[in-house]
Write a protein that binds this ligand. Structure first.
Ligand SMILES: [Zn+2]
Length: 139
C-alpha cells in the first residue's frame, strides 16, 4: 500500500551521485557541486553539469547561509511545517524546511543558516533556521 509523505525533502539515497552529499550532511557539512568547465554551481548534486553536461564537476562546501526566496505552510502536519525555497549565497536554490521555535516567523527575504536534522531513518537532512541577530552566539 502506498501513502504520500508530507515531507518535501528528496529521499536520501545510500549510493549514487549524491552519496557524498548525504555523507557530508551527516557530518554537518553542506556540499554543493561546481562545474570546472562553465563554473556554474548547481543543486541537487549531479554527476553531469546540468548547464553544459560536462562531467567535470567538483564538490565544495557551501557557506550554509542564504535567504528565503519563497515559502509556504504545510498545515497537514502537526506542528505545521514551513516549506521554503532558500537561495544560498552560492546562487543556488534549495527546497527545504525552516525549523526552530521561531520558524513560523519566517518571511520572504529573511536570512537563514543551515542546520542538519536527523530524519526517521537516521539520515541527517539539511534544513534551515532563521538567523537572528540576538541570542545564539557563533563560536
Ligand atoms: Zn558546466
Amino acid at each position: 500500500m502506498m501513502h504520500t509523505s508530507p515531507s518535501t525533502q528528496p529521499l536520501p539515497q545510500a549510493g549514487g551521485e549524491a552519496a557524498e552529499f548525504w555523507l557530508a550532511a551527516s557530518g554537518g557539512r553542506l556540499l554543493l557541486k561546481c562545474c570546472e568547465d562553465c563554473h556554474e554551481v548547481h543543486y541537487f548534486p549531479r554527476t553531469l553539469c546540468p548547464f553544459c553536461f560536462s562531467g567535470n564537476t567538483v564538490w565544495f562546501e557551501a557557506s550554509g547561509r542564504g535567504t528565503i526566496y519563497t515559502l509556504t505552510l504545510n498545515r497537514r502536519t502537526e506542528p505545521c511545517q514551513v516549506i521554503a525555497y532558500v537561495r544560498l549565497e552560492e546562487g543556488v536554490t534549495m527546497m527545504t524546511n525552516v525549523v526552530g521555535e521561531n520558524a513560523l516567523q519566517a518571511a520572504i527575504g529573511a536570512a537563514v543558516t543551515v542546520d542538519f536534522i536527523a530524519g526517521d531513518n537516521g539520515q541527517h537532512v539539511p534544513m534551515f533556521r532563521l538567523a537572528s541577530a540576538e541570542g545564539k552566539q557563533a563560536p
